[in-house]
Design a binder for this molecule. Sequence first.
Ligand SMILES: Cc1cc2nc3c(=O)[nH]c(=O)nc-3n(C[C@H](O)[C@H](O)[C@H](O)COP(=O)(O)OP(=O)(O)OC[C@H]3O[C@@H](n4cnc5c(N)ncnc54)[C@H](O)[C@@H]3O)c2cc1C
Ligand code: FES
Length: 258
Amino acid sequence: MLNKTAEIISNLVVASGVYKMTLSSRELAHDSQPGQFLHIRVNPGNDPLLRRPISVHAVEDEDKISLLYGTIGRGTRLLSKKKSGEEIDVLGPLGHGFDLSEKPDRAVLVAGGMGAAPLFFVAQRLKGLVKESKLLIGAKTKEGLLSVSDFKEIGCDVWQTTEDGSAGRRGYITDLFEQALLDQTIGGSIRVYACGPKEMMARTATIAGIYNVPCEVSLEEKMACGLGACLSCVVDTIDGLKRVCKEGPVFRSDEIKW
Ligand SMILES: Cc1cc2nc3c(=O)[nH]c(=O)nc-3n(C[C@H](O)[C@H](O)[C@H](O)COP(=O)(O)OP(=O)(O)OC[C@H]3O[C@@H](n4cnc5c(N)ncnc54)[C@H](O)[C@@H]3O)c2cc1C
Ligand code: FES
């Protein structure tokens, strides 16, 4: 069954306007795949009417998962007010996640801002199965570089950029992407997993295409049902319109008409 009630274990501020919520649910911990999301009722009742989609950030252990989210508008602000011990109503795990069936020698994770949220779960799953996981993470300022110590803790090699130069190299994370692909310190096959602003993913897709490297992107569109019924979340692909909530949110980057 998709509809579940999960107990909130904690809901803590981890950066300015960013929260990490840990939920107790053996079923979600067991069933969730990297790139999938939960569709969350942020308030009991029908106000707001629509659920909010949030990616699974990590499986903490066999009974717990966590979410990492920014407070953007009313829905996520209501979510941030939830206390440990409260229960929330979620649908999920939903959607089609990253394809981790083929393990590359080198995984390159490209994260822009909140895009770090689903990619941490990818890094968790690839740990020990690839020769190298490299995280390229970019944000406007150093406060926006999320979960960097967590990625390092599970063995990722982290390269950072900020637009204001407050940490890492000044610029966009895509400025380092080509260099990461060409880095031959560890040879072998490469796969790219990206999540972030659309322009960042489009640029990542173009560069991955030039180097003929398989690349997947996790897209965001405004969602209503989250279940494939309302068509509010469609994107244009080379095979026609596809639903981000059902065929996505993760797509091959060469499928998308950017
Ligand atoms: C598959 C998926 C996974 C996501 N994972 C995360 C995550 O892990 N962490 C995180 O911080 N955010 C994530 N988001 C974005 C998050 O869903 C929005 O920030 C959130 O819905 C905003 O709701 P709000 O009420 O706070 O803002 P408002 O702007 O007040 O929302 C109004 C309406 O717009 C929709 N909406 C607004 N922004 C977005 C958006 N960017 N994407 C989709 N719907 C939006 C809301 O669902 C709501 O219906 C994800 C979005 C998608 C589609
Ligand atoms: S949100 Fe309804 S079809 Fe995707």
